[in-house]
Ligand binder design. Structure first.
Ligand SMILES: [Zn+2]
Length: 229
């Protein structure tokens, strides 16, 4: 299983009201989730970054594929223009965004590669549609199932965003053969979410909820846990 702490290095991700960097919160949460999953003895975990380094989105997908991952979970805490919006939400890849807020979220996420100096500022709707069409049907079904497990599990522990299961053209979710989801643990643009995500105890609770969702996902029929990656 591959865990993907969002952003890193020269890409700080969102910067919170009181100055918290998304890249640090995402890394701490992903590492805690990896620790909990490994402690269960049931999964082999790899992270797309082990340090505070910049990794282009394309490379994150390639890493998951080269390690034979059976699941890809990208961990984020982005910012929205509306600072009152708070709560956790889970995203899958689709050509059409579920709503305007998610469309702009995906645009900003995809623009992370501008830090690579590739001159690429986001993925156009046409490219997003091509990405989505490359993903196999079984992979899309697996992603949607994983999304539902995480939404259900997180919902038992914390506030969720309204309509917490959303979708858009996130480039980091485009692996054709690996069910992939992106978790927004909360939003750095909301002072309550930012304060919570600064707490190791809160991040451990979020990680625990995702771990339970992973267990439920693999317990369901048809999702053998490949003990690699
Ligand atoms: Zn992010």
């Amino acid at each position: 299983m591959c865990l993907d702490p969002g952003h890193g290095g020269k890409d700080p991700g969102a910067i919170g009201i009181s100055g918290t960097y998304e890249k640090h919160v995402a890394f701490a949460a992903a590492r805690e989730l990896g620790r909990q999953l490994e402690a269960s003895g049931r999964y082999k975990i790899s992270l797309t970054r082990e340090d505070d380094v910049f990794i282009p989105l394309e490379d994150r997908v390639a890493l998951a594929q080269s390690r034979g991952a059976s699941l890809f979970i990208s961990i984020h805490a982005d910012a929205l223009l509306d600072h009152s919006v708070h709560g956790a939400s889970v995203y899958t890849l689709a050509a059409e965004a579920s709503d305007a807020q998610t469309a702009s979220l995906a645009r900003r996420e995809n623009a992370a590669d501008r830090y690579a100096g590739l001159g690429m500022v986001g993925v156009s709707p046409q490219v997003a549609e091509i990405l989505a069409s490359l993903v196999r049907r079984e992979t899309r079904v697996g992603s949607a199932e994983m999304q539902q497990h995480i939404v259900a599990s997180l919902g038992q522990e914390m506030t969720l965003l309204e309509h917490p299961a959303r979708h858009a053209g996130f480039a980091v979710l485009k692996a054709a053969d690996i069910p992939s989801v992106l978790v927004e643990m909360g939003f750095m643009s909301n002072s309550h979410d930012e304060a919570a995500l600064r707490q190791a105890g809160h991040r451990a609770m979020v990680a625990n909820a995702i771990r339970r969702a992973v267990d439920s996902y693999f317990a369901a029929e048809g999702h053998p846990a490949r003990n690699t990656g």
